[in-house]
Design a protein around this ligand. Structure first.
Ligand code: SAM
Length: 282
């Protein structure tokens, strides 16, 4: 039998991965959760039919969402992660002995439970004693916080369903308030390529730029996301992601990474002209 996971990337484009077995399917209170065993990409997690994580290329996403901020703030001690139920971002953060506390706010407990069982590659560090998991809406959580975190990482789903509130001006304003004076916000910034994703990217940039004095965007390439070209946002109250990157300090830590390095860090902020134009017009 020929089994395929197929995701529409636009109305006219579909992306398919050959599947060996369908391991889990469950409707939680918030979303439909599926795990597949694929031939090419190992295990795959999808939420509401959208691909979140594959074992083969998750390192790209999780390294880039974590180390860019850390290399510009090596003294970060208190981190907030919103979403991230698969645990990959937490795994990367726990590589830093200097981090003292990681609060993770995930809306859907079932995502975490299923990832602990089926995706130990990403979920393996969720039990690190520095990690505290709160099963709550990220928007509501961050409303209560003031001047607390060195870095906030928003590792969310797309701007619809439970993730929608994490792409609002109110949310970014609350993140600003929850960060210390030299704090950094990293967010999932969608893709610049296909029209609908590009609209979301542009809108997100406009909202973040209206809240943070420094608002930049960086790119990475990941085979299983629409177009393979994806963006994260880097916003801060003053720290510049390129000028303030402490390459020597980061390299001296001797961390093992498969995608991120400090040369790529700088290059990731050099955007193609069509992306610059998209963001300039935001
Ligand atoms: N790498 C992923 C991607 O494709 O963009 C994101 C991974 S992670 C699985 C995203 C998580 O965000 C999901 O587990 C989802 O439950 C969580 N999430 C969505 N909306 C949320 C909210 N409002 N507050 C907290 N977590 C939320």
């Amino acid at each position: 039998m020929d089994l395929w996971y197929t995701e529409p990337h636009t109305k006219n484009v579909r992306f398919s991965i050959a599947i060996d077995r369908h391991l889990v399917t469950e409707q939680s209170y918030y979303q439909r959760i599926d795990v597949f065993q694929s031939v090419e990409f190992g295990k795959i997690l999808t939420l509401d039919g959208y691909l979140m994580v594959t074992e083969k290329d998750e390192f790209i996403y999780h390294e880039m969402i974590t180390h860019v901020a850390m290399a510009t703030k090596l003294d970060a001690k208190n981190i907030l992660v919103i979403g991230a139920g698969d645990g990959g971002t937490i795994r990367e953060l726990t590589k830093y002995d200097t981090i003292e506390n990681i609060d993770m706010v995930e809306i859907d407990e079932r995502v975490v439970e299923i990832c602990r069982q089926y995706l130990p590659q990403t979920a393996s560090k969720l039990d690190d004693p520095r990690v505290h998991i709160y099963f709550e809406d990220g928007l509501r959580y961050v409303r209560k916080k003031q001047n607390e975190y060195d870095i906030i990482i928003v590792d969310s789903t797309d701007p619809f369903g439970p993730g929608e509130d994490l792409f609002t001006r109110e949310f970014y304003g609350n993140c600003f308030k929850a960060l210390k004076d030299d704090g950094i916000l990293i967010n999932q910034h969608e893709s610049p390529y296909y029209e609908e994703d590009a609209k979301a990217s542009k809108r997100t940039h406009r909202l973040i730029s209206s809240v943070f004095p420094v608002s930049k965007v960086y790119q990475f390439h990941i085979p299983t996301y629409p177009s393979g070209h994806w963006l994260f946002g880097y916003a801060s109250k003053g720290i510049d992601p390129v000028k303030d990157c402490d390459a020597d300090g980061w390299n001296a830590l001797g961390l093992s990474t498969k995608y991120y390095n400090t040369e790529l860090h700088k290059g990731a902020f050099a955007l193609p002209n069509y992306v610059k134009e998209l963001l300039d017009n935001a």
